[in-house]
Structure formats: C-alpha cells, structure tokens
Design a protein around this ligand. Structure first.
Ligand SMILES: Cc1cc2nc3c(=O)[nH]c(=O)nc-3n(C[C@H](O)[C@H](O)[C@H](O)COP(=O)(O)OP(=O)(O)OC[C@H]3O[C@@H](n4cnc5c(N)ncnc54)[C@H](O)[C@@H]3O)c2cc1C
Length: 417
C-alpha cells in the first residue's frame, strides 16, 4: 500500500460516501475474497447484499467496470409485475414481488416502490384469448390479475382513448393491481449501501478483463483494469456483457444482445395513475414522481452492442402512444437513451452453474429484469454461497438448452417487460 496523501484523501472520501472503495495502485496484489460478483447493477448488488445478510459471507466484492447502477439498472422504465404465464416464471417473479413490498424497510433506503397497478391492453381477438389465459393461470397460482372491459380500463386510466374507430382499438385489458414501479437508481444505491454496511467491498471503475483458472480448471481469480484479485467463486451478473465475460473462461452461452431504448417527456402534473403496456403495438407508458411520462420502445431488430436504438423504433412507439393517449400528442421529449439487453432463446433468464467449477451466471433477463431484481439477487446469492440452486431458481439452469426443458415465455406470453 502506498501511503500517499492522495490515497488518504481518497480513502476518507470513500468512507464518507457510505460504501467502500478500495484505492490501491494497480500493481499491488489484491487480498483474496471468498467470492467476487462481476457487475454492479441491481442484480449484482442485491446478490452481494443477500450473500452477506443471509449467508454470512461478508468477505466478498462487487466489481463494476463503470459506476454502480450505470448499466441497464439505471436505464430501464422500472415496470414491476409478476403476471407471467408459466409456473416457473410465476414463482420467480412473485418471489421478487414479495421482496419489493418490504424492500425500503429491509434496506433502510427508500426505493420508492409504488404498486400503482400494471395494465396490459388487448387490441384483437388473439390478445383477448392470451390475456384471459394469463389471468386464469395467474389466479390459479395465487397471483392477482383481473380482466377489464374497455370501459373499466378507462375508469382506471382516464386518459386512454377507447373509441372504436382507432387504428389500435382497445378491446379489453388485464390489470395486476400489485404491479407498479420503483426508482431504479435508488434500488442500486440501497442495495450497495446495505451491502457495504455488512462489509462487502464495492469496486467501481474496475473492469474484469480475464478469468483465471487453476490446474484443475476451477476459477482462481480475475484480472481487472486495476490488478488481479484472487477468489474461488465468481458470480457473473453483467447484463449486455455476459457473453464477453464468460468468453474469458471459454464458456459459450445461448444469448444475443440487442439495443433497447426508452425516453421521457418534459415533466407535467400527474395524469397517469398506473402503468399501461401494449405488447401488440409495443408501447408502454407510466409517469415518474418527477412528472415525466416514461415511454419504452421495443428492441432493435438486429443484434448490436450500441447502447442506443434505431430512430424508427422510437418513432413507431410514439405513433402508438399518441394514438392510445391523444392528449399527450403535443408534449416535448426531454431525453432518450438505450441499454443492451441479453436475450435467451426462450426469453427466460439463466441462473446457475456453468461448466467451469466455481463460475456461476445470472443473465438473460432480456427486456424484463428490473422487476426481478430482489428475487434474482436472493436466489443467486443462495446459488453462489452454497454452490447449489434453490427451489425457485433450479428450473432456470443452463442445461435446459440441452435437455429442451424450456420456459418459453416468448411464445406463450409475447412478453415485453
Ligand atoms: C430501455 C430499457 C427499458 C427496460 N425496461 C424494463 C422494465 O420496465 N421492467 C423491467 O423489469 N426490466 C426492464 N428492462 C430490463 C432491465 O433493465 C434489466 O433486465 C436489469 O436492469 C438488469 O439488471 P442487471 O443488474 O443484471 O444489469 P445491469 O444494471 O446492466 O448491470 C450489469 C453491470 O455489469 C457491468 N459490467 C459489464 N461487464 C463488466 C466487466 N467486464 N467488468 C465489470 N463490470 C462489468 C456493467 O457496467 C453493468 O453496470 C429495461 C431495459 C432497458 C435497457
């Protein structure tokens, strides 16, 4: 350790930030950690928090190449719901929903979880059949979901246009009242602060560039932009970069990466009481606590790491939004942005072991992983800490792409976010 004045200032500064930042020269070997989590998004930070809080593993580090929450966690449109079709998905997303409800208390940090309801619009007979099937499947599983007529949908969200001569007529809707939104960056900060308080090191601006393996093939550490770190367990939660990181250990994954974009309007007074989504025309909107209308578009048609999206994708979404909500037509856009999402062939995440001993993955959340953040972190913490999946995460193992036991939310649910 070099005891320069600059180092001392940095250390006291980082202590005052509320989370731990190790300031060492790149040449100096890092201490061994019991586990390293690659990726300081919501899922990675939640994993570290639950490993410390529930498994007593405090000698661990989260390694983040940028700043915490700067990936998809801070770029998403924050929709939370658990009305998925298949039982495996229902169990996973509803586990997250249960944790959301008490998360601000558990972390002692206001994540602004707001269960204001999540409505999904039906525009044609196929939508009606699919959504009614969802409502029934969810209720059989004990998850709240209800079917609404167009008039009932308008009662819940008065700015919806339900006239019959629309380009995308609304013929009904499903509503999950417990669905809603949360403040995305607060989720990253809340988990980071709580994990740090339990002893977890959070290393920002520290990019993993290589995965080390010992003579037996098991992981033995990582090479980072700030030097090597030794460890026997690595959990990779690096959305949009998973294939690159796993490639460092010679593991190939069934993942494709797509840009996904969103935008917000200028802030206005409250007019949007819930989240409204349309899978069929791929547009959705909610209103943030700052007053901005939060509007999400679809993924680009082509794979890319560009972290932006095609203009035509956004303009199609805005066409649809203006048709569904004519009164927002003259609002101005405040800003837009994009992220990179990892998509699996069955549109369900991969959580579990890899062929490399000590190397675990949590990826493939595609366009819909924010809602899962607490549940994902909770089950992945169990996986990394114990080496084995728990009851909820077991069906999401990588070997389902060999066995064919897929959890096909794409074909079954045309799932969006
Ligand atoms: C525009 C948009 C809208 C979305 N809307 C919704 C929504 O409404 N509801 C919903 O549920 N989901 C939504 N999602 C999806 C959701 O954002 C993601 O599934 C979720 O945030 C993934 O969280 P994460 O922690 O896994 O990933 P991230 O937050 O992306 O974290 C991964 C981290 O890994 C880091 N990393 C990568 N490579 C390395 C490396 N080599 N070394 C160190 N660190 C590395 C990255 O810098 C990043 O910070 C949306 C996504 C986008 C882009």
């Amino acid at each position: 350790m070099q005891f320069s004045l600059l180092n001392l200032i940095r250390q006291s500064f980082s202590a005052n930030q509320g989370w731990t930042e190790q300031w060492r020269s790149p040449a100096e070997p890092k201490p061994a950690y019991d586990a390293i989590i690659i990726g300081g998004g919501g899922h990675g930070l939640a994993t570290a928090y639950y490993m410390a809080a529930e498994h007593g593993m405090t000698n661990i580090a989260v390694v983040e190449k940028g700043w915490i929450g700067g990936g998809n966690t801070g770029r998403n449109t924050t929709i939370i719901r658990s009305n998925y079709l298949w039982e495996e998905s229902e169990a996973l997303y509803n586990h997250a929903m249960g944790l959301w409800q008490d998360l601000s208390h558990a972390l002692n940090y206001n994540v602004m979880y707001s269960p204001r309801g999540c409505m999904m619009l039906a525009h044609n007979t196929h939508d009606v059949q699919v959504f009614k099937r969802h409502v029934h499947a969810n209720r059989l599983f004990g998850i709240d979901n209800q079917w609404l007529s167009p008039e009932e949908a308008k009662d819940v969200c008065p700015i919806l246009d339900i006239s019959k001569n629309m380009r995308y007529p609304i013929v009904g809707a499903s509503l999950q009242r417990r669905g809603g939104v949360a403040r995305h960056d607060a989720v990253a900060w809340g988990y980071a602060r709580a994990a740090s308080a339990l002893g977890v090191d959070i290393l920002q601006k520290c990019e993993v560039k290589g995965i080390r393996r010992d003579a037996s093939g098991a992981v033995s550490g990582v090479d980072t932009s700030r030097g090597p770190i030794s460890t026997k367990k690595i959990g990779v939660v690096a959305a949009g970069n998973t294939s690159t990181v796993l490639g460092m250990a010679g593991v190939r994954l069934p993942l494709e990466s797509f840009p996904l974009q969103a935008l917000v309007s200028e802030p206005i007074k409250p007019l949007m009481p819930c989240v409204v989504m349309s899978n069929t025309i791929h547009a959705y909107m909610s209103q943030s606590d700052k007053g901005e209308l939060v509007i999400g578009a679809g993924t680009d048609a082509y794979i890319s790491y560009s972290q932006t999206g095609g203009l035509h994708i956004a303009t199609h979404t805005l066409d649809a939004i203006c048709e569904l909500f004519p009164m927002v037509r003259r609002l101005r856009m405040l800003r837009n942005w994009g992220g990179i999402v990892d998509v699996t062939p069955d549109r369900s995440p991969i959580i579990g072991k890899t062929p490399v001993p000590g190397l675990f993955i949590n990826c493939g959340w595609g366009t819909g992983g924010f809602k899962a953040t607490p549940g994902s972190g909770h089950v992945f913490a169990h996986q990394v800490a114990t080496g084995e999946p728990n009851r909820i995460s077991a069906p999401f193992s990588l070997d389902r792409f060999v066995s064919g036991r897929l959890i096909d939310e794409a074909a079954a649910a045309a799932v969006a976010h």
